[in-house]
Design a protein around this ligand. Structure first.
Ligand code: KG4
Ligand code: ZN
Length: 375
């Protein structure tokens, strides 16, 4: 079957076409189009996503992105509509002004083309994105999927969650952030250090420069008789639960830079970025590994924008290898770590398989929900 995916929960307008087939004991996944209009440039001057601007950009771009996806996947619009069996649209969580554009656009398409439509939780999309092969490459998995049960670490700009995944569709959030998300900590940290939005890639690039040159910036004098050592806290790393807290880490960085002053902050930007990345990734890795052990799962899976972070991936691999843990480790390929609509189409597929009744999935049931919970 062919699924049209639509995603506008944050600052990417995304439309996809996913071809997917379930046979007796396997599922064949074949991404056909992954069109995305990024709004990074629009939000960059503000250092974060401005909801009203996001909404305006989605409205402007969504028909163009739809057209691009159809061009990539089909010979014509009419041919495309003949082949599409299902529409998948992100209904939450996300920014309401942004979500509403994609949701209403999708509902209108479902109504006018008389297609079934499934509302998808954006976080379930991130959770399943590790299954996706690159564009125009086919991948087959035998069923039931061997990755599960798993602990999934979902790390994005708005969320940080640890999820116990018994199987697809059976999710239990065992921990989440009490304040800022991991991605938000990267973004706010970048702003403090005078780096551009989105902060994650900017911090990672500065940290990589520090690691490469291995200059010993870790200790340096700030006055004649004081040694100042860069160290940021690892909040809640040893707490007895699976929750996270990143806002204190951001504040600690802020105080550190205030003590240093503007000139020294700029001078030591690489090492400060390094320490921030180390602190965030240390906490994420520690908690996910602990959860994997307690829940005796077969895999650790990453998803969400922050899962693009190479240091995070490396730390997981090192710990698993060094500690000889018998566990699989799965990450999405880089084109699917950020927001995209292929992951949304994939999540809709598994819902549809459980209940393949065309008339059940009506546009009348679809509505946007800013705080939609994964369940
Ligand atoms: O999943 P996503 O694209 O959007 C949301 O649903 O929020 O995640 C965006 C977040 C941003 O906070 C961005 O700074 C972060 O992912 N990010 C990274 C990296 N690439 C993106 N964080 C750390 N390292 C990266 N390489
Ligand atoms: Zn996301």
């Amino acid at each position: 079957m062919f699924i049209l995916g639509i995603e506008t929960s944050c600052d990417e307008t995304a439309v996809s076409v996913l071809e997917i087939e379930e046979n007796n004991n396997s599922v064949r996944i074949y991404p056909r189009a992954n069109a995305i209009a990024s709004q990074i440039k629009v939000h960059q001057p503000y250092g974060g996503v401005v909801p009203s601007l996001a909404s305006r950009e989605h409205l402007k771009n969504i028909p163009l992105v739809l057209e691009k996806a159809f061009q990539e996947a089909f010979s014509s619009f009419s041919e495309g509509w003949k082949r599409i069996n299902l529409i998948a649209t992100t209904t939450g969580p996300g920014l309401i002004p942004a979500l509403l554009i994609g949701v209403n656009f999708s509902r209108a398409l479902a109504w006018s083309e008389n297609k079934p439509i499934i509302g998808v939780n954006h976080m379930e999309g991130h959770l399943l994105s590790f299954l996706l092969p690159p564009l125009n490459i086919e991948k087959e998995y035998s069923l039931p999927l061997t990755a599960f049960p798993a602990i999934t670490l979902l790390v994005s700009g708005g969320h940080t969650q640890l999820v116990f995944v018994k199987k697809i569709g059976d999710y239990k959030i065992i921990g989440k952030t009490r304040d800022d998300a991991a991605g938000e900590c990267f973004d706010k940290g970048a702003r403090i250090l005078g780096l551009s939005y989105p902060g994650g890639p900017a911090i990672a690039a500065e940290a990589a420069k520090y690691r490469k040159h291995k200059v010993n910036h870790l200790v340096f004098p700030i006055s004649s008789n004081t040694e100042y050592i860069f160290h940021l806290p690892r909040p809640m790393i040893n707490s007895s639960n699976y929750d996270f807290s990143f806002s204190g880490l951001k504040t600690a960085l802020l105080y550190l830079t205030q003590n240093l002053g503007e000139k020294k902050t700029k001078q030591y930007r690489q090492v400060l970025s390094f320490e921030l990345e180390e602190a965030i990734t240390d906490v994420l890795v520690e908690k996910a590994l602990k959860a994997a052990e307690e829940f005796r799962v077969k895999s650790i899976i990453l998803g969400g924008g922050v899962s693009a972070n190479q240091r995070l991936r490396e730390k997981f691999r090192e710990r698993i290898e060094n500690e000889k843990r018998e566990i699989n480790f799965f990450v999405p390929s880089l084109e699917y770590t950020g927001d995209n609509a292929i992951m949304i189409a994939l999540a809709a597929f598994f819902r549809y398989q459980k209940n393949p009744r065309k008339d059940f999935w009506s546009w009348k049931k679809i509505k946007a929900e800013a705080n939609l919970e994964l369940e």
